[in-house]
Design a protein around this ligand. Structure first.
Ligand SMILES: [Zn+2]
Length: 134
């Protein structure tokens, strides 16, 4: 999916069961691709209609949107300054997961992040422990 969008960034929605408590382990049940409508090849913007459609599909499966994924065609699987700046807008409470797929190397690299916002207004990136099969 990430390669199909090249040279642009791919993006999509991560779906999972609604968390019952903050301590519950988070499980990504599904990834639904959403069209990237950003004009700039180095950023992504989820198509609003595609986002609504994805949320409907999640709801039909008893799931909710727990995060966002996007790809980095030519850089590492860490958020860019643009990613962090954009997240202040669509993830104001820092409750979304951010999965980044890097296609820079021979094999894709995947990392999972949260973007807490500091009281100063600065948004920082915290990498989460990641296991493919629980
Ligand atoms: Zn990015």
């Amino acid at each position: 999916m990430a390669r199909a969008a090249l040279p642009r960034e791919a993006c999509g929605v991560l779906g999972g069961a609604p968390p019952m408590t903050p301590e519950d382990p988070i499980e990504i049940s599904t990834v639904i691709p959403v069209e990237n409508r950003a004009d700039d090849a180095r950023r992504f913007e989820l198509d609003p209609a595609g986002l609504i459609d994805a949320e409907d599909r999640l709801e039909a499966q008893g799931l909710v949107m727990i995060g966002v994924m996007h790809s980095h065609p030519q850089s590492v699987a860490a958020p860019s300054p643009t990613d962090l700046a954009d997240a202040a807008r669509y993830d104001p409470r820092s409750d979304l997961l951010h999965l980044i797929v890097s296609l820079q190397g021979f094999a894709p690299q995947v990392d999972l992040w949260r973007y807490p916002h500091r009281p100063s207004g600065e948004t920082v990136a915290v990498r989460l422990p990641w296991s493919a099969y629980g």
